[in-house]
Design a protein around this ligand. Structure first.
Ligand code: URA
Length: 262
């Protein structure tokens, strides 16, 4: 997400155009135009700069009308397919997770990232505080990935993953790793007929392309990667690739309590 920042008082500040779009004033693009046209005030002062940050105490008016900010919160679990980008917009025009969720009743945003080529579970929400905490390394939310590599993977390699792997941005924290198969003689993608071994790895950091880099660093480039669990949410085989569902109350409660929200 590009929008969560804390102000000096530790309060979550969000971009003015996002707040207005979420309040249902207009689409994000139309809202940007309203701001540029000088039709928006924050605490009585006209704001025409995009990206201005506001927090919940700020009074926002459009054409002199006070904007109600009681926003309903939505929480979804998306099974992201490969070939979809985890951001709201892509300059290269590739499909985005936000587009997949266009039919959802509110604009929701991804909690963290999955690579273009990675599939699997992604929480989508407009609850900025929860998203911020779930992504923050200090809460150590566990994420489990199923990893297909050209095996066989030796015991030494597994130990390296379990102890931590030195990457160019530091050593990774110890990971949990288990084997999920012997060597599979099946084709995962066309032209790929080498035997693949399936492992599951659980990490609680969010370094960029972490799993791919960890396996690359120990000599096993990843052939395929899928996130099968995010905190208490796990893939149960019911959610088809490209589909999403609302989180249950119980699941929302679990996610919130995981990061100290009641
Ligand atoms: N690690 C990766 O390498 N890629 C992802 O998409 C997620 C974790």
């Amino acid at each position: 997400m590009d929008v969560e920042h804390k102000d000096q008082n530790g309060e979550l500040a969000e971009r003015l155009q996002k707040v207005l779009a979420q309040a249902g004033v207009a689409s994000r693009r139309q809202v940007e135009r309203l701001i540029e046209e000088g039709r928006v005030t924050v605490n009585g002062i006209t704001v025409s700069v995009l990206g201005t940050k506001v927090n919940s105490n700020d009074t926002i008016c459009v054409d002199g009308t006070l904007i109600e900010r009681s926003e309903r919160l939505f929480y979804y679990l998306l099974n992201k397919p490969m070939g979809v980008i985890t951001s709201a917009r892509d300059p290269q025009g590739r499909p985005t997770v936000v587009e997949i969720m266009r039919d959802a009743p509110a604009r929701v945003y991804p909690v963290g990232r999955l690579d273009f080529d990675t599939s699997g579970l992604l929480v989508m929400t407009n609850d900025g505080e929860l998203a911020h905490r779930l992504m923050h390394p200090s809460y150590g939310v566990e994420k489990t990935y199923r990893v297909w590599v050209h095996g066989p993977v030796g015991i030494k390699a597994l130990e390296q993953l379990r102890e931590g792997v030195l990457l160019n941005d530091g050593k990774t924290a110890p990971a949990k790793v288990v084997r999920r198969s012997g060597l599979l003689k099946r084709r995962i993608v066309d032209q790929m007929s080498e035997p693949l071994e399936v492992l599951e790895i659980t990490i609680h950091e969010g370094k960029n392309r972490q799993v791919r880099r960890m396996f690359g660093a120990i000599g096993y480039p990843v052939a395929k990667l899928e996130r099968i669990a995010f905190g208490p949410l796990a893939q149960d085989g019911q959610l088809q690739s490209g589909s999403y569902r609302s989180l249950t109350r119980e699941e929302i409660k679990k996610l919130r309590s995981l990061v100290g929200l009641t």
